[in-house]
Design a protein around this ligand. Structure first.
Ligand code: FAD
Length: 425
């Protein structure tokens, strides 16, 4: 009798969950667990909670639905609070589990959690599954990953590397062990209100969004619309579900291919693949460089950044005095979402105009964004700071020029105008 634990991390889904499928086929009894680490609720050194209310709500929605789906397939999902390195060995001992299955994540804290479980004597089977392309299919070893995105993309495309097929959701799950652990189970918390209730973190919503988006003609004009700031479907809107793992990038890829077969492939549909490759690039890049990406200097040779706490506090509150930048920061704080273009504008403003530490901005994004993803977030911040994968030594976005180009009639600024300030005409 093999009793195992499946530990859900950033893979809150059934469809195309290779690590979960491996656990199912190797276990007679399987306990499904998600652990909320207290690290998530810690205050950051910059003075705010690490996981803000929008992110909490989104993840809790994903968990609530996953729990229902598991129950309908004969499984039991427990949501426990505590450090995974302590909680999981205790549960394993109580239920007599010999093995833990989970996905692997290319970030120092997450890798330390797995190392901690192994030190506690557990047999951990971690499977890489969060990228579109499998590391084993790349035409180079991770240690030889090109440092620049274009070289990575060209090497992948030249070698014709294609994503593997997505696997279906398991119809049945092994039953849970008869004696469940005596730990206090907390379950998802009541969700705080959200500015956009349509953004629900569950796998069901993710798959419904994929179907609706790729059944529409929106992908045909993605490249022309992707830099917009307002409206529906100007970009795919998939990142939030990819981040909690309610959706796998391979599911997205196969929906994109089906769309191309029906509507035709063009530069816009190619660009969705192109952007998904950026996501992969930052994942592999994190695997290659590890903890170095989290230091003040990143991969750069420049001196560490300075910091101005007052300017940072005004930036966070959307009160820098620059209407366009402030509109973006208010949207972020109010909704937990922000377009790619506005992320670039506000990040550039913090780093290059306010001379603040890029890590403070990255931490604020971590707290707010429902699509927060450690690899994509750090990769992009480092890129703009010129301390990462940028051959041009940093990206400066002129905020006046950006406002004129992307918000010519001021409607974005008007929407997010401070109610205490005269609205922009
Ligand atoms: P689309 O434009 O439709 O792109 C399709 C998919 O490609 C996205 O869902 C995403 O998975 C991927 N993608 C697109 N652009 C990028 C990019 N620049 N880097 C990596 N992947 C990309 N994205 C996150 O998912 N999580 C983050 O924490 C995050 N932090 C960011 C921080 C900064 C400073 C910047 C400039 C960008 C950040 N991004 C992050 C990347 C990008 O802004 C979002 O992925 C995108 O806005 C999500 O909207 P979408 O799904 O409609 O994207």
């Amino acid at each position: 009798m093999t009793v195992s634990i499946y530990w859900f991390r950033n893979d809150l889904r059934l469809t195309d969950n290779v690590a979960l499928a491996a656990a199912c086929s190797a276990s007679d009894e399987l306990l499904l667990i998600h652990v909320r680490s207290p690290d998530e609720n810690m205050a950051t050194p910059w003075g705010f909670a690490r996981r803000g209310p929008h992110r909490q709500r989104f993840r809790d929605q994903a968990l609530a639905e996953l729990r229902r789906e598991m129950a309908s397939r004969g499984g039991t999902l427990l949501v426990l609070d505590g450090p995974p390195q302590q909680v999981l060995p205790m549960v394993a001992q109580q239920i007599g589990a010999s093995r833990i299955f989970c996905e692997s994540i290319a970030a120092p804290e997450e890798m330390a959690q797995v190392a901690g479980l192994r030190e506690a004597g557990l047999d951990v089977h971690d499977t890489w599954q969060s990228s579109l392309l499998s590391p084993a299919d790349l035409p180079f070893e991770i240690a030889a990953l090109p440092e620049v995105f274009t070289a990575f993309r060209q090497a992948v495309e030249r070698a014709g590397v294609a994503p593997r097929p997505a696997s279906p959701a398991p119809a049945r799950l092994p039953p849970p062990p008869p004696r469940l652990p005596l730990l206090l189970e907390s379950g998802p918390q009541p969700a705080p209100p959200c500015a956009d209730p349509a953004l629900d973190g569950s796998e069901m919503s993710a798959l419904a969004h994929v179907t609706r988006y790729f059944d529409s003609s929106a992908p045909q004009s993605y490249k022309q619309t992707r830099n917009r700031l307002l409206g529906a479907d100007y970009s795919t809107g998939l990142s939030c579900w990819l981040a909690v793992g309610a959706l796998s990038p391979r599911t997205v890829f196969h929906a994109l291919k089906a769309h191309e077969a029906r509507f035709g492939a063009n530069e816009s549909t190619y660009w969705i693949w192109f952007e998904l490759l950026w996501r992969d690039f930052f994942r592999f890049w994190s695997l290659k460089h590890g903890v170095r990406l989290f230091g003040a200097r990143g991969l750069g040779q420049q001196p560490p950044p300075g910091h101005d706490p007052q300017a940072f506090a005004r930036w966070r509150a959307g009160q820098t005095g620059h209407g366009f930048v402030d509109a973006g920061l208010r949207e972020l704080a109010a909704t937990g979402t922000l377009s790619n273009r506005m992320r670039q504008v506000v990040a550039s403003y913090l780093i290059h105009e306010l001379a603040c530490d890029w890590r403070a901005g990255a931490a604020w994004f971590e707290s707010c964004l429902i699509d927060y993803d450690v690899c994509s977030n750090h990769g992009n911040w480092l890129y703009i700071a010129g301390r990462g994968a940028d051959p041009r030594q940093g990206r400066w976005f002129n905020p006046d020029k950006q406002a004129a180009e992307h918000d010519p009639d001021g409607s974005y600024r008007a929407l997010w105008a401070d109610p205490h300030v005269e609205p922009v005409p």
